[in-house]
Design a protein around this ligand. Structure first.
Ligand code: MN
Length: 351
């Protein structure tokens, strides 16, 4: 017998899904135009060349579901027992787009579109701001508009921007805006940049299966190792997919980081105020998007603390209601489960 998944908290908690994707027509069209004209990077060609054009059942389902901020999505949430979804413009946002004015327009109109959907369904939908890191000052302004005028609770950055990373000085206005306004920074994967993707495409491993986690964990680790959290101790960084594997690697990362600092082997690796564990436990939050594994979730809780681990589904890319049943049945205390599904998200996003 398969138990019905209901919303409303009859298990003792609401289920808040924190990494849920939507798209706009003009975003997809702009990206597909780049792909068609041969101007997109390899990661975008791989991701949207597939999801944007493949006639397969999976991609058709995903395209249709990404574009919907109404009945289809609500029905899926009802079926899977998801009370609230934290929504963000799907990867790569507007970060693959070369024309910065065009990119800003698409991001800003996506924010307006999402805000309208959130107003229509205030009990179900929660928004995160889309920005255009190609213009950091504009992005800082859009973050302010997202928080103050549109009621958004975070920002999703789809990892690198044309091979550049948020620890680079030109992006400082974005980090400062997040820290100053208490806006959680969710770094979500996209395809690795051309300098990194190399032989991954031939192996079929550049996407969500592996390349995403490699590149996004690298991005996050750059923030940790270059002292971003010493500069901005209040900055909240959110990572999906089991915090992109960092909790699993943390002891080795920390040991080798300290060894690298002591030997002065690299110009950029300088002593930090804390060891890397500290930042994982005080600045980083992890979701289990695309990783419905009790073993991985418990490892995250062990390493990061159970107050920093959140539920996410990754709809519509990974829509499997049975995963919710499995996580409901995890052998952790009721109190920990409530933190995981509900109260950690409420605390992080100030809901
Ligand atoms: Mn995702």
């Amino acid at each position: 017998m398969t138990e019905e998944l209901k919303t409303g908290g009859q298990h003792g908690y609401l289920r808040i899904a924190t990494e849920e994707a939507f798209a706009t027509e003009e975003q997809i069209n702009a990206i597909l135009r780049l792909v068609k004209e041969g101007r997109a990077d390899k990661g975008t060609v791989s991701l949207w060349g597939f999801y944007g054009t493949s006639p397969s059942e999976r991609t058709t389902f995903i395209r249709e579901r990404l574009l919907d901020l109404g009945d289809l999505r609500l029905a899926a949430m009802d079926e899977a027992g998801i009370d609230k979804a934290v929504l963000a413009l799907t990867s790569p946002g507007v970060q693959s787009i070369h024309d910065v004015e065009e990119a800003k327009g698409i991001a800003s109109r996506a924010n307006d579109h999402l805000a309208t959907a959130c107003e229509r369904h205030p009990d179900r939908f929660i928004g995160m701001t889309a920005i255009c890191p190609q213009d950091p000052e504009w992005s800082a302004q859009e973050l302010k508009r997202g928080k103050e005028e549109l009621g958004f609770v975070g920002v999703q950055v789809n990892s690198h921007t044309h091979g550049h990373y948020l620890d680079e000085p030109q992006f400082d206005p974005i980090l400062r805006a997040c820290a100053d306004m208490g806006i959680p920074l969710y770094i979500h994967p996209q395809g690795p940049p051309d300098e990194m993707i190399g032989s991954m495409v031939d192996a079929g491993l550049e996407g969500a299966i592996f390349g995403f986690a490699m590149e996004t964990s690298f991005h996050a680790l750059r923030l940790l190792t270059t002292g971003v959290f010493d500069r901005y101790p209040s900055l909240d960084l959110v990572l999906g997919h089991g915090a992109e594997g960092l909790p699993f690697w943390i002891d080795r990362l920390n040991y080798m980081f300290n060894a690298g600092v002591r030997s002065q082997r690299y110009e950029r690796l300088k002593p930090l105020q804390h060891n890397l564990h500290h930042y994982l436990r005080n600045n980083v939050w992890g979701t289990n998007s695309g990783l419905p594994s009790p073993a991985s979730i418990k490892l995250m809780m062990d390493v990061m603390g159970e107050d920093r681990v959140l539920y996410a589904m990754d709809y519509p890319y990974q829509y499997v209601p049975d995963e919710v049943r499995m996580l409901d049945a995890m052998d952790i205390t009721d109190e920990t489960k409530r933190k995981f599904f509900q109260t950690n998200a409420e605390r992080l996003f100030n809901l």
